[in-house]
Design a protein around this ligand. Structure first.
Ligand code: NAD
Length: 277
C-alpha cells in the first residue's frame, strides 16, 4: 500500500500518514517503531519531551531502510526557546536519533505567556538553513501566533501540528493556515481515545457501510481533508489497521456528516495552548 505524500510550502514532501510516539514508553519504543516500519510506515513523529528519541533512533538503525526513504519529525521543548538553547536542543535530539538531520523540526508549544515563540521560530529557521532539519514548523500555534511569526519573520512554517479530531476542528486556525500555505498535522486524530468514536452516528454509519473500524473511518476523513496524521498505538494489529486506509473512500455525504460533528472549543480534549507555559 502506498502512502500519499503532500508537498510543503518549502518544496519538500511529507508522507500523509505516519506513526506517532507520544506516551510510547522508552523501553517499548524500539519494538513499536520497528513493527511500524515493517508494516510500511515511513514517517515517525517524536519529540524531545517524549523521552523516546533513542528508541526511535535504534529502530531506524536496525531497519536498514535508506535514510532518504524515512521522514522523521521531532520537537523543541518549551523550556528551551531562549538564547541559543534551540541550537543545543536539536544537536541533542539528533544524537539520540542517530541522525545528521531530521526532516521536520517543530516549536512544540507557543508558551505565549513567556512571549518567546518568535525567537524560537527564528532559531528553527536558522537550524533549517544549516541543514539540521529539512523543514521547519510549529505546533499548537493558534491563528494569532501563526500570523505574528509570519509578520515578524517573513517566514511561514511548513506545518502547524494541532489538536484536531471529529469533535474539534479548529476552524479559525485551519483557515489562517490554509491562507498562508501551512499544512495541518492533526494530533490526537482519534481524539486520544478520550471519547467513543462509535457513539458518533456519522462515523459508526460509515464504518458499517464500508466494513471498516471507526478508527479507520476517522483517519480516512482526515486524509480526504488533506491533513497529515500519525495515530499512536503500541499494538501491532492496530498499527496495521491504521495503515490500511488507502483502499476505500468516504463519499461526499459521509465526509459532510463527519464535518458536522464539530463542537468548537467544547470538543477540545487536551490542553489549551495559551495555558501551557
Ligand atoms: P490518538 O488520537 O492517535 O489516539 C491514540 C489512542 O487511540 C491510543 O492510545 C489507543 O488507545 C487508541 N487507538 C489507536 N489506534 C486504534 C485502533 N486502531 N483501534 C482502537 N484504538 C486505537 O492520540 P495521540 O497519540 O495523542 O496523537 C497522535 C500523535 O500526535 C502522538 O503520538 C504524537 O506523535 C502527536 N501528538 C502531538 C502533540 C503536540 O503537542 N504536538 C500532542 C499530542 C500528540
Amino acid at each position: 500500500m502506498t502512502v500519499p505524500t503532500l508537498q510543503l510550502n518549502d518544496g519538500h514532501s511529507i508522507p500523509q500518514l505516519g506513526y506517532g510516539t507520544f506516551k510510547v514508553p522508552a523501553e517499548e519504543t524500539e519494538r513499536a517503531v520497528s513493527e511500524a516500519l515493517e508494516i510500511g510506515y515511513r514517517h515517525i513523529d517524536t519529540a524531545a519531551i517524549y523521552g523516546n528519541e533513542g528508541g526511535v533512533g535504534a529502530a531506524i538503525a536496525a531497519s536498514g531502510i535508506p535514510r532518504d526513504e524515512l521522514y522523521v519529525t521531532t520537537k523543541l521543548w518549551n523550556d528551551r526557546h531562549d538564547g541559543d538553547e534551540p541550537d543545543r536542543a536539536i544537536e541533542e535530539s539528533l544524537t539520540k536519533l542517530g541522525l545528521d538531520h531530521v526532516d521536520l523540526y517543530l516549536v512544540h508549544w507557543p508558551t505565549p505567556a513567556k512571549d518567546n515563540y518568535v525567537h524560537a521560530w527564528e532559531k528553527l529557521v536558522g537550524i533549517r538553513e544549516r541543514g539540521l532539519s529539512r523543514s521547519a514548523g510549529v505546533s499548537n500555534f493558534l491563528a494569532p501566533h501563526l500570523e505574528r511569526i509570519i509578520a515578524e519573520t517573513g517566514q511561514a512554517p511548513a506545518v502547524d501540528q494541532i489538536e484536531l479530531h471529529p469533535r474539534y476542528h479548529q476552524a479559525e486556525t485551519t483557515a489562517v493556515a490554509a491562507r498562508r500555505g501551512v499544512l495541518i498535522e492533526a494530533w490526537g486524530p482519534l481524539g486520544q481515545g478520550k471519547y467513543d468514536l462509535a457513539s458518533l452516528a456519522p462515523i459508526a454509519d460509515a464504518a458499517a457501510a464500508h466494513d471498516r473500524s471507526v478508527q479507520q473511518v476517522t483517519l480516512r476523513w482526515h486524509i480526504q481533508r488533506g491533513r497529515i496524521v500519525f495515530p499512536k498505538s503500541v499494538h501491532r494489529q492496530r498499527l496495521q489497521e491504521n495503515f490500511d486506509i488507502f483502499d476505500f473512500s468516504l463519499t461526499d455525504a459521509e465526509m459532510a456528516a463527519i464535518d458536522a460533528l464539530d463542537e468548537g472549543d467544547a470538543g477540545r480534549v487536551a490542553t489549551h495552548p495559551n495555558d501551557l507555559n
